[in-house]
Design a protein around this ligand. Sequence first.
Ligand code: ADP
Ligand code: MN
Length: 176
Amino acid sequence: MPQDRKRQRPNILITGTPGTGKTTTSSALADAAQLRHVSIGDLVKEKSLHDGWDDELQCYVINEDLVCDELEDLMEEGGIIVDYHGCDFFPERWFDRVVVLQTENSILYDRLTKRGYEGAKLSNNIECEIFQILLEEAKENYEENIVVALRSDTVEDVASNVETLANWANNWQPLS
Ligand code: ADP
Ligand code: MN
């Protein structure tokens, strides 16, 4: 059991295919439950925790070791929401809950085209959602009983997911 935790508040990982609503949900949950939202994408940019720009994938090549080093102290303190479209390189012991957001394909397609995604970037992400890659990745890397898949199709879904997760976080008990 990876439970040598000293934290007084839980850490939550919010993952899912790009466009499923990770940032929207994380930021609302941070307000509702007084947790701190850490967007890995923003952190990588701000602190240059990358090995350059990938022209083909149109994104930074994230340096996973630098990201984990950067976050270790914060995660130990607890009360952090980590927002990222991947979950296989974080230490398992960091998280008390792993949330995988899922969105119906046609809805996701519209969100991603609005964001300007096209070609391989668009189709890769739609495939990622169809094959439930993030849910599989979460189940492979964390205990199944902390992994939860939540639907994120509508704004009502966001509100109810935030409410559920805020209740969970506020009732979470540290190990005595
Ligand atoms: P992610 O961080 O997973 O890439 P975002 O939170 O940035 O996703 O959301 C992408 C876009 O989709 C935003 O314009 C957001 O307002 C919208 N969106 C996200 N989740 C929902 C939802 N459940 N219902 C309606 N719109 C949503
Ligand atoms: Mn985001």
